[in-house]
Design a protein around this ligand. Structure first.
Ligand code: SF4
Length: 407
């Protein structure tokens, strides 16, 4: 059997590929992502290691099909275009990238300029996710963002003008000091821009971040959860009036502009993450790369090309032999079904009972009868036309719904 005849055997549906860029020009005080400021000198060796990891995974997995590519971070728009191009070349050489693959980069508005945007389009990036967060300069300053509201709007307009059709704008609500009037103003201005996709995130005060400490010590007021819920409801109504489809708890899109990469996560499909701290889930195994960028570079280079063997099955021992992999967790059928339930319920069109049966051979209505009964009784879940979906109230209390499937 030659190498090509095995192609795609392990992962016949292909994968989504996440590429982590752990650099930020400055660290925002609310952020607990695995990303760093002040380590720019690591960019060249990091990008070399990343290219190597991508190629080595391609060989290990038999060059499977890649349906979507997502550069997240960190701030992918902070690295040079040459580095971005090099990473994409490594992907193209290591995997079978489908012709219409959605290729997204997360971008800071301040990094967007005409020549950079044109080059990104030329190298195959076809979707931008811009971290706008707010259109109020005082809130942007509190969030430690390095752009103004004006720059965010100009960056978006420039991206559209350059030819990016698919653009997401990320916004945050539930912030200390944020009033309903500020939030409504931001939403109004965002809707005037007419973006094809909008994501709204409620601030979570993560332990260990400066912002969590400032709130705990009384230097910033604690955000009011009831006000945050009102902000979500108000935005939901505005987006609905403007014709957006609310397709996931935190995401709205015009027809044809849903994030295919994130949909793959919510549908609990296979994904490979490369770069420090990146998580993957393939064939019943969740695993992750070592978090420290320095250690990551060291381990990838230590995992030489000689160690690479094409695998026919993915198991714990094989994964732990792969240089940057730092941990592996089995995802057995029960856990996979529970995760498919609660991830699928994030999608507001609902989870298809037939699709679930087709994939696992079990009827979710039987399997989760007690949970579904309770949640329906509490008005958090509804079931109609073979679809299970969150109610409006369920959207606001989604975490409570999801926990029931993990019990
Ligand atoms: S730019 Fe994004 S990833 Fe970087 S520190 Fe700020 S929130 Fe975190």
């Amino acid at each position: 059997m030659n190498d090509m005849s095995l192609k795609g055997e392990i992962l016949p549906d292909g994968i989504s590929l996440y590429i982590h860029i752990p650099f930020c020009k400055s660290k925002c005080p609310y952020c607990d992502f695995n990303t760093y400021q002040g380590i720019e000198s690591l960019m060249p060796p990091y990008l070399d290691a990343l290219g190597l990891e991508i190629r080595l995974w391609g060989s290990t997995l038999g060059n499977p099909r890649v349906n979507t590519i997502f550069f997240g971070g960190g701030t992918p728009s902070y690295i040079s275009l040459e580095h971005m191009e090099k990473a994409l070349c490594s992907v193209a050489g290591a995997f079978e990238v489908v012709q219409d693959a959605e290729t997204t980069i997360e971008a800071n508005p301040g990094d967007l300029n005409g020549p950079a945007l044109t080059r990104l389009l030329e190298v195959g990036v076809n979707r931008l996710s811009i971290g706008v967060q707010s259109l109020d300069d005082s809130l942007l300053a509190m969030l430690g963002r390095r752009h103004t509201a004006q720059e965010a709007m100009e960056g978006y307009r420039l991206a559209r003008h350059t030819g990016f059709e698919s653009v997401n704008l990320d916004l945050m609500y539930g912030l200390p000091h944020q009033t309903m009037a500020q939030w409504e103003y931001t939403m109004e201005k965002i809707l005037e821009l007419d973006p094809p996709h909008v994501s709204l995130y409620c601030l979570t005060l993560e332990e260990g971040t400066p912002m969590e400490r400032w709130v705990r010590q009384g230097q910033l007021p604690e955000p009011d959860p009831d006000l945050a819920a009102d902000m979500y409801t108000s935005a939901r109504e505005s987006l609905d009036r403007a014709g957006y489809h609310h397709y996931e708890i935190s995401n709205w899109a015009m027809p044809g502009f849903q994030s295919r990469h994130n949909l793959a996560y919510w549908l609990n499909r296979s994904y490979l993450g490369v770069g420090p701290g990146a998580h993957s889930c393939l064939r019943g195994h969740r695993f992750w790369d070592v978090a420290s960028p320095r250690e990551y570079i060291r381990r990838v280079h230590g995992w030489g090309a000689d160690d690479v063997k094409r695998v026919d099955i993915i198991d714990r021992d094989t994964l732990l032999r792969i240089g940057p992999v730092d941990g592996v967790e089995a995802v057995g059928p029960r856990l996979e079904m529970a995760e498919t339930m609660f991830l699928g319920l994030r999608l507001l069109d609902g989870l298809s009972v037939e699709d679930f049966k087709g994939r696992f051979g079990h009827d979710p209505m039987q399997l989760y009868r007690p949970q579904i009964g309770e949640l329906e009784g509490e008005g958090l879940l509804e079931d109609s036309d073979g679809l299970l979906r969150l109610t409006e109230k369920g959207c606001l209390l989604a975490n409570q719904v999801f926990m029931r499937f993990l019990d």
